[in-house]
Design a protein around this ligand. Structure first.
Ligand code: FE2
Ligand code: FE2
Length: 277
C-alpha cells in the first residue's frame, strides 16, 4: 500500500464505528487549538462516563495523586490543559486499544507510570505531561489495528514466526511504522508539537528536536515496561536502548535501580486500577 492511500484511509478514522461515539465530539473539542479550560471542563462534566474515567485515571497510580482529586476542574488546574486533553483521548480510546491488540492498554498504562517515575527522578517540572505522552505513544498501533485489522493481525503473525519486531513488519507492509502514523494523527488532532514529536520519535529518540528529553523518557519507559513483561506491545522483544537517549537522561545505575523498584510497587497498584476498568 502506498503512503498516500494509507493516509487517506486513516483520515476517515473519525467515522470508525468501533470508536466510542463520544470520541467524535471529543475530537472536535481537541481539534480546536483555542479551546479553553472551562470549555473542556464543561465538555467532560456533561458526560458522566467520561467524568468517571478521567477522575479514575487522574487518581490512579499513573499520575501520583492517588485519591486526591475529586472534580474535573481540580484535575484541569492540577494537571493542565495539555495533560487533560491527552488524557481525554487516552481514556476514550482505551476500549479501542483493547480491541486493537490484547495487552496494549496495559503496556500503555505501564509506560505512563514508568515515564512519570523517570521524569520525577530527573526532576522534570511536569512529569504528568510525559505520562500522558507515554500513555499515547503507541496510538499508531491502535489506528493500524482498527483500520486494517486483518492486515495488522497478519503482520503480527508473520513477525512472530520470524522472531522479529512488529515495527519491522509494519515497515515492510505499510512502508511506515506505528510511530510515524501516530505522530501524523496527533498532528492532525492539533496536539502540542512536543507531544507529536514524542509519539513520532519514540523509537528514534535521537531525532527529536523539540522535546528530546521527554522523548528519551518515553523511549526508556517502553523498554523498561517490556523488559518487566508488563502488558503486550505486539512482540515479546525488548528494543535496544538508544545510546544518545541514555546519555541525555544522565541517570546513574543507582537512579535506574531506584526507578525499577518504584516501578515494581506502582505496577502492583496499576494492576488494581486496570481490574476496575
Ligand atoms: Fe512503539
Ligand atoms: Fe510501546
Amino acid at each position: 500500500m502506498d503512503y498516500k492511500t494509507l493516509l487517506r484511509e486513516i483520515e476517515n478514522i473519525e467515522s470508525l464505528p468501533t470508536l466510542p461515539g463520544i470520541l467524535n465530539k471529543l475530537l472536535k473539542v481537541i481539534e480546536n487549538p483555542r479551546v479553553s479550560l472551562k470549555e473542556i471542563g464543561s465538555f467532560i462534566s456533561s458526560d458522566p462516563v467520561l467524568t468517571t474515567r478521567i477522575l479514575r485515571a487522574v487518581n490512579s497510580p499513573i499520575y501520583g495523586f492517588p485519591g486526591r482529586i475529586a472534580t474535573i476542574n481540580q484535575s484541569l488546574v492540577l494537571l493542565g490543559l495539555n495533560v487533560v486533553r491527552g488524557l481525554l483521548l487516552g481514556v476514550s480510546v482505551f476500549e479501542a486499544m483493547k480491541k486493537a491488540m490484547a495487552g496494549l492498554w496495559e503496556h500503555s498504562v505501564g509506560c505512563a507510570t514508568a515515564a512519570r517515575l523517570i521524569a520525577q527522578k530527573i526532576g522534570l517540572k511536569e512529569p504528568e505531561e510525559v505520562a500522558v505522552a507515554a500513555l499515547l505513544h503507541d496510538i499508531g498501533k491502535v489506528i493500524l489495528g482498527l483500520k486494517f485489522p486483518q492486515e495488522y493481525r497478519q503482520i503480527r503473525q508473520i513477525v512472530e514466526k520470524e522472531q522479529r519486531f512488529v515495527l519491522e513488519g509494519e515497515r515492510d507492509y505499510f512502508g511506515v511504522t506505528h510511530a510515524e502514523i501516530g505522530g501524523w494523527v496527533a498532528q492532525r488532532w492539533h496536539f502540542p508539537p512536543g507531544l507529536v514529536e514524542i509519539i513520532d520519535c519514540h523509537h528514534q529518540p535521537h531525532l527529536a528536536r523539540q522535546a528530546p528529553l521527554m522523548t528519551a523518557i518515553v523511549h526508556l519507559s517502553d523498554i523498561l515496561v517490556r523488559a518487566r513483561g508488563f502488558g503486550y506491545a505486539g512482540d515479546p522483544f525488548v528494543p535496544a536502548l538508544n545510546p544518545q537517549a541514555w546519555e541525555l537522561l544522565n541517570l546513574s545505575d543507582q537512579d535506574l535501580r531506584g526507578i525499577l523498584n518504584e516501578l515494581e510497587d506502582s505496577l502492583e497498584m496499576v494492576v488494581d486500577f486496570l481490574v476496575l476498568e
